[in-house]
Design a protein around this ligand. Structure first.
Ligand SMILES: [Zn+2]
Ligand SMILES: [Zn+2]
Length: 326
């Protein structure tokens, strides 16, 4: 019953873009850019981890951390399994209750309304790293100042761009579904729920305002900021560094150290090589919690027609030299 999002299936084919290598600078110049990018992503993480022991005993508790982790992974999987693999790319079909649950779980991540998210992401695949990509960090060029400006753009500023992705053009299948349209329109409601829920639980469990306040800080504010940062890292880090064993016409790479935090989305080179595949970490040892959960949904009978990768399909997307050193 779910409309198949055909728009999402236009995997790399149109050659609107020059090959990425044509725009790259020399190797040394590139590595300075990559170090800048890595600093920009990792410094906030390190600062955050350093803050936890400082606040221990008065400003953070086990309850706060547990709520933070649970809320983080509900929202993260809502985005990766729901908004991304299911609604954007149709990598499996879902029974109605699962479809609705995924729409709500993804909305709790506070990354904008569902229909808009999907429209932007389909456009990202169509134009990845070229003119038309809604959130490329390479928008302003290749120098360090241009990259700093581009990072700000890829993180926040693009959402306020006047030129919005036309949703009728990119997400007509979602607009047709009235429940999905409603959940998407109720974005503000889900944001409030997402932010208040940890505070309410923290307050009730500890029976104190202090408990509500610290749960709100860690499990609402920090959690949302962290999840945004990780999601956006897929758009920046995974389009700048990482291994590229598969054929794609952009700069997408596989970045192992983001796999756990990104729920398996950082195997981004495979994703751009085969956008409708339900599993992104297709090679041995590549952790992909989203794929694991989709498998559970399939066993429960909630998900079906899952596009699992076959060895043939994976091989056909490898770069010419088949012997990829493990
Ligand atoms: Zn991408
Ligand atoms: Zn995608």
């Amino acid at each position: 019953m779910t409309a198949s999002p055909d728009v999402a299936h236009d995997a790399p084919k149109a050659q609107e873009t020059p090959p990425p290598s044509a725009t790259l600078g020399g190797d040394s110049k590139r590595s300075i850019e990559q170090i800048t990018l890595l600093m920009f992503i990792t410094v906030p993480f390190v600062a955050l981890i350093a803050a936890i022991p400082l606040a221990w005993g008065w400003g953070v508790s086990w309850l706060d951390l547990a709520l933070m982790v649970i809320m983080y992974y509900i929202g993260c999987h809502g985005i990766t399994i729901g908004f991304h693999r299911y609604f954007t790319h149709g990598s499996f079909k879902a029974k109605r209750p699962l479809r609705i649950a995924l729409a709500i779980a993804g909305s709790l991540a506070v990354e904008g309304p569902l229909v808009r998210w999907v429209a932007d992401h389909r456009k990202h695949h169509k134009f990845s790293d070229a003119e038309g990509d809604p959130h490329s960090p390479w928008r302003y060029g290749e120098t360090v100042p241009a990259l700093m400006k581009g990072l700000w753009w890829a993180h926040i500023a693009w959402m306020f761009d006047e030129e919005q992705t036309p949703q009728q053009k990119y997400a007509p299948d979602l607009i047709k579904d009235s429940a999905v349209r409603t959940i998407s329109r109720q974005f503000v409601v889900w944001t409030v729920v997402s932010l208040l829920l940890p505070a309410v639980i923290g307050g009730l469990v500890t029976w104190s305002w202090q408990g509500a306040a610290t749960a709100f800080f860690w499990a609402s504010l920090v959690r949302v900021a962290l999840l945004h940062h990780v999601t956006w890292s897929i758009n920046s880090i995974c389009h700048a560094v990482g291994k590229r064993p598969f054929k794609s016409r952009d700069r997408s790479g596989n970045v192992w150290w983001l796999a756990v935090l990104s729920c398996g989305e950082s195997w981004h080179n495979l994703h751009h090589a085969d956008p409708t595949c339900a599993r992104h970490g297709v090679m041995k040892g590549q952790l992909d919690s989203s794929a694991r959960i989709i498998r559970w949904f399939e066993k429960l009978g909630w998900a079906y027609d899952v596009r699992w990768p076959s060895p043939d399909r994976i091989d056909s997307r490898r770069k010419e030299a088949p012997a990829e050193a493990a």
